[in-house]
Design a protein around this ligand. Structure first.
Ligand code: SF4
Length: 375
């Protein structure tokens, strides 16, 4: 099992909260597509297993024309073995999903769409500088369904300033009324190098207090659970049979190849990071120069990564496996900590697995850090 991630580093406009790698200069789209195809060809031996998931992320992959996507998909198929029922996901922004574009994607073989809805409140969409409005979000979903998509994921953001629990519940209701197969929830974080970061420094924006953000998150878990969505990771919820293969592969430490500027790859022992700059990436590829840095992970780093990623999932941390790989009796080493966290209802131990309780999901990374082996 392996995965392929293709980063499309363009956006129509910059959302005020986003620090992903993208450019709003769309002039180099053609050159970029050629460069990404060249990288796919150059790294055709990176994966040793057939890929079970191909994921177009960004940025905004839906800014590419059907022809450009077709070309990239053909390049993937030319150089990599894909499993027969490969999950082929594309992130899309609502303003792009017209009936004809949706149909083109479906005909290309894309079988999963991930839509950035974020909120249904018009004034908040404008405040975040999203390029769509709430009606477009609903229409995009309907267009995707009409085109034949049976596996659609929708993203929502919670902990938006001046967006109380009633507004949050309204967002969750509006989202679940569409009946998507999968939902991702993200708390709004203020990143330094964004417009929101600047506004925060100028005291024009005050982040939602932690306890309010936590209350919204816990409310959402209960709300979505009642609607039949299974929380299978800290931020992800899905109907049975619709848990993202792409996400699961990443959390279970499966090798994946990431192409495009800013993309990461992992071959089971080392991680590589592509240049996070569009012109430099294109130039490096065109001139056959190095476009990435590689870091070899120590055994301890690999084990700690497993702790971090597995703990975030519904399956939890396999205690026997982690003891075997580390050569230490993991539950025994952490006996006092485990008792403390169980007492605080942050974790539970069951059938040889350590799993987070709803309150634990709020502090998943902090818990993982306390369970790390020292380097
Ligand atoms: S569309 Fe997505 S990637 Fe682009 S700026 Fe907005 S949140 Fe970031």
């Amino acid at each position: 099992m392996a995965g392929i991630y293709i980063h499309i580093p363009f956006c129509r406009q910059a959302c005020h909260y986003c620090d992903f790698h993208f450019s709003t200069n769309l002039k180099t789209k053609d050159e970029m597509v050629q460069a990404i195809a060249a990288e796919l060809s150059h790294r055709k031996d990176y994966l040793k297993e057939p890929a079970s998931t191909v994921y177009f992320g960004g940025g905004t992959p839906s800014l590419l024309s059907p022809d450009q996507l077709h070309f990239l998909l053909d390049t993937v198929k030319e150089h990599f073995k894909l499993e027969q029922n490969v999950e082929l996901t594309m992130e899309a922004n609502p303003e792009d999903l017209t009936p004809s574009y949706s149909k083109e994607l479906f005909n290309l073989g894309v079988n999963r769409l991930s839509l950035g809805i974020q909120t249904f409140h018009e004034e908040k969409l404008i405040w975040m500088n999203r390029a769509h409005n709430a009606n477009q979000a609903r229409e995009a979903f309907e267009n995707a369904r009409a085109a034949g998509f049976q596996n659609i994921s929708l993203d929502l953001i919670y902990a938006i300033p001046d967006h109380d629990e009633k507004a949050w519940e309204k967002d969750l209701r509006a989202l679940t009324e569409l009946n998507p197969e999968h939902i991702s929830l993200y708390g709004l974080t203020i990143e330094e190098k964004t417009v929101f970061g600047k506004w925060e420094r100028e005291s024009k924006l005050i982040q939602v207090p932690e306890d309010e953000a936590a209350a919204q998150y816990l409310f959402a878990i209960g709300f979505l659970n009642d609607k039949g969505y299974i929380q299978y990771e800290v931020s992800n919820f899905g109907r049975e049979g619709f848990h993202s293969r792409h996400n699961n592969a990443y959390w279970s430490g499966v090798p994946y190849l990431g192409v495009g500027p800013g993309a990461h790859s992992f071959d089971g022992a080392s991680r590589s990071f592509n240049i996070r700059n569009n012109p430099k990436y294109i130039q490096a590829i065109q001139q056959n120069e190095s476009f990435s840095e590689t870091e070899t992970l120590s055994k301890i780093q690999l084990i700690n990564e497993q702790i971090l990623t597995q703990l975030r999932t519904r399956n939890g941390l396999n205690l026997a496996k982690i003891s075997e790989t580390s050569g230490a009796d993991f539950p025994e080493v952490h006996r006092a900590l485990i008792n403390e966290m169980s007492g605080l209802d942050l974790i539970e131990l069951e059938d040889g697995f350590m799993r987070l309780r709803p309150k634990g999901f709020l502090v998943a990374d902090e818990i993982a850090l306390r369970l790390f082996f020292p380097e």
